[in-house]
Design a protein around this ligand. Sequence first.
Ligand SMILES: [Zn+2]
Ligand SMILES: [Zn+2]
Length: 153
Amino acid sequence: MSTTSIAAILIGIAAVFWLASAYWTVKDARRRIDDSALLVLAAVVGLVPYLGPLVYMLFRPPEYLEDVRERELEIKAMEDRLSRRGLVCPVCRADVDPGFLVCPICTTKLRQACANCRAPLEALWQVCPYCETPIDATAAGVYSPPPWHSSGR
Ligand SMILES: [Zn+2]
Ligand SMILES: [Zn+2]
Protein backbone atom coordinates (compact mmCIF):
# COMPACT_ATOMS: atom_id res chain seq x y z
CA MET A 1 0.00 0.00 0.00
CA SER A 2 1.42 3.36 -1.02
CA THR A 3 1.71 6.35 1.29
CA THR A 4 -0.81 8.34 -0.77
CA SER A 5 -3.54 5.70 -0.46
CA ILE A 6 -3.00 5.49 3.33
CA ALA A 7 -3.26 9.30 3.46
CA ALA A 8 -6.45 9.12 1.39
CA ILE A 9 -7.98 6.56 3.79
CA LEU A 10 -7.04 8.69 6.80
CA ILE A 11 -8.54 11.79 5.20
CA GLY A 12 -11.67 9.79 4.39
CA ILE A 13 -11.99 8.61 8.00
CA ALA A 14 -11.41 12.15 9.23
CA ALA A 15 -14.09 13.48 6.89
CA VAL A 16 -16.61 10.84 8.00
CA PHE A 17 -15.87 11.60 11.64
CA TRP A 18 -16.26 15.33 10.98
CA LEU A 19 -19.65 14.87 9.27
CA ALA A 20 -20.82 12.45 11.95
CA SER A 21 -19.92 14.85 14.74
CA ALA A 22 -21.63 17.74 12.92
CA TYR A 23 -24.73 15.56 12.41
CA TRP A 24 -24.69 14.57 16.10
CA THR A 25 -24.42 18.24 17.12
CA VAL A 26 -27.48 19.22 15.07
CA LYS A 27 -29.46 16.20 16.29
CA ASP A 28 -28.58 16.89 19.93
CA ALA A 29 -29.31 20.61 19.56
CA ARG A 30 -32.79 19.86 18.17
CA ARG A 31 -33.62 17.91 21.33
CA ARG A 32 -32.39 20.66 23.64
CA ILE A 33 -33.00 24.02 21.91
CA ASP A 34 -36.41 25.52 21.17
CA ASP A 35 -35.14 28.71 19.48
CA SER A 36 -34.62 28.41 15.69
CA ALA A 37 -31.89 31.11 15.62
CA LEU A 38 -29.96 29.28 18.35
CA LEU A 39 -30.45 26.01 16.47
CA VAL A 40 -28.84 27.52 13.35
CA LEU A 41 -25.98 28.82 15.52
CA ALA A 42 -25.50 25.35 17.02
CA ALA A 43 -25.43 23.81 13.53
CA VAL A 44 -22.83 26.34 12.35
CA VAL A 45 -20.68 25.71 15.44
CA GLY A 46 -21.13 21.94 14.97
CA LEU A 47 -19.81 22.19 11.42
CA VAL A 48 -16.44 23.55 12.62
CA PRO A 49 -14.25 20.43 12.29
CA TYR A 50 -13.71 18.64 15.64
CA LEU A 51 -13.55 21.78 17.77
CA GLY A 52 -17.14 22.79 17.00
CA PRO A 53 -18.90 19.85 18.68
CA LEU A 54 -16.63 20.22 21.72
CA VAL A 55 -17.48 23.92 22.03
CA TYR A 56 -21.16 23.06 21.53
CA MET A 57 -21.00 20.52 24.37
CA LEU A 58 -19.64 23.20 26.70
CA PHE A 59 -22.48 25.63 25.98
CA ARG A 60 -25.46 23.39 25.24
CA PRO A 61 -28.51 23.50 27.52
CA PRO A 62 -28.13 20.88 30.25
CA GLU A 63 -31.54 19.26 29.74
CA TYR A 64 -33.59 17.77 26.93
CA LEU A 65 -36.71 19.75 26.03
CA GLU A 66 -38.90 16.72 26.72
CA ASP A 67 -37.43 16.40 30.24
CA VAL A 68 -38.15 20.07 30.91
CA ARG A 69 -41.72 19.63 29.68
CA GLU A 70 -42.17 16.48 31.75
CA ARG A 71 -40.90 18.21 34.88
CA GLU A 72 -43.22 21.18 34.30
CA LEU A 73 -46.16 18.77 33.98
CA GLU A 74 -45.09 17.02 37.18
CA ILE A 75 -44.89 20.32 39.08
CA LYS A 76 -48.29 21.31 37.77
CA ALA A 77 -49.79 17.97 38.83
CA MET A 78 -48.23 18.39 42.27
CA GLU A 79 -49.70 21.91 42.57
CA ASP A 80 -53.11 20.55 41.57
CA ARG A 81 -52.84 17.88 44.24
CA LEU A 82 -51.81 20.44 46.86
CA SER A 83 -54.60 22.86 45.98
CA ARG A 84 -57.12 20.04 46.13
CA ARG A 85 -55.76 18.93 49.50
CA GLY A 86 -56.49 22.47 50.74
CA LEU A 87 -60.18 21.56 50.78
CA VAL A 88 -60.63 19.64 54.01
CA CYS A 89 -63.30 19.45 56.66
CA PRO A 90 -62.46 21.98 59.42
CA VAL A 91 -63.44 19.45 62.08
CA CYS A 92 -62.14 16.02 61.04
CA ARG A 93 -59.65 17.04 58.26
CA ALA A 94 -61.26 14.63 55.78
CA ASP A 95 -60.95 15.51 52.08
CA VAL A 96 -64.11 17.23 50.94
CA ASP A 97 -65.41 18.24 47.53
CA PRO A 98 -66.14 21.95 46.80
CA GLY A 99 -69.75 20.89 46.13
CA PHE A 100 -70.32 19.20 49.48
CA LEU A 101 -72.89 20.78 51.82
CA VAL A 102 -71.88 18.68 54.83
CA CYS A 103 -68.81 16.64 55.67
CA PRO A 104 -69.63 13.00 54.82
CA ILE A 105 -67.44 11.74 57.69
CA CYS A 106 -68.46 13.85 60.69
CA THR A 107 -71.61 15.53 59.25
CA THR A 108 -70.29 19.05 59.99
CA LYS A 109 -72.18 21.68 57.97
CA LEU A 110 -69.75 23.01 55.37
CA ARG A 111 -71.94 25.21 53.20
CA GLN A 112 -75.37 26.65 52.95
CA ALA A 113 -77.48 25.36 50.07
CA CYS A 114 -79.50 27.68 47.87
CA ALA A 115 -83.12 27.74 49.08
CA ASN A 116 -84.37 27.48 45.50
CA CYS A 117 -81.95 25.25 43.52
CA ARG A 118 -79.99 23.56 46.34
CA ALA A 119 -76.65 24.60 44.81
CA PRO A 120 -73.77 24.88 47.34
CA LEU A 121 -73.09 28.55 48.14
CA GLU A 122 -69.97 30.41 49.28
CA ALA A 123 -70.21 32.15 52.67
CA LEU A 124 -69.78 35.65 51.18
CA TRP A 125 -72.28 35.34 48.33
CA GLN A 126 -75.31 37.62 48.54
CA VAL A 127 -77.19 35.97 45.70
CA CYS A 128 -77.22 32.45 44.23
CA PRO A 129 -75.21 32.67 40.97
CA TYR A 130 -77.07 29.68 39.54
CA CYS A 131 -80.70 30.84 39.88
CA GLU A 132 -80.46 34.50 41.05
CA THR A 133 -82.26 33.77 44.32
CA PRO A 134 -81.18 36.29 47.02
CA ILE A 135 -79.47 34.52 49.88
CA ASP A 136 -81.01 35.04 53.28
CA ALA A 137 -78.03 35.58 55.56
CA THR A 138 -79.97 34.57 58.69
CA ALA A 139 -80.86 31.20 57.19
CA ALA A 140 -77.20 30.16 57.38
CA GLY A 141 -76.64 31.05 61.00
CA VAL A 142 -78.63 30.77 64.20
CA TYR A 143 -82.27 29.81 63.98
CA SER A 144 -84.38 32.93 64.50
CA PRO A 145 -88.06 32.32 65.26
CA PRO A 146 -90.51 33.95 62.86
CA PRO A 147 -92.11 37.13 64.31
CA TRP A 148 -95.65 35.67 64.55
CA HIS A 149 -94.36 33.18 67.13
CA SER A 150 -93.18 35.88 69.52
CA SER A 151 -95.41 35.83 72.57
CA GLY A 152 -95.87 39.59 72.98
CA ARG A 153 -99.58 40.06 73.01
ZN1 LIG B 1 -65.63 16.19 58.91
ZN1 LIG C 1 -80.01 28.83 43.50
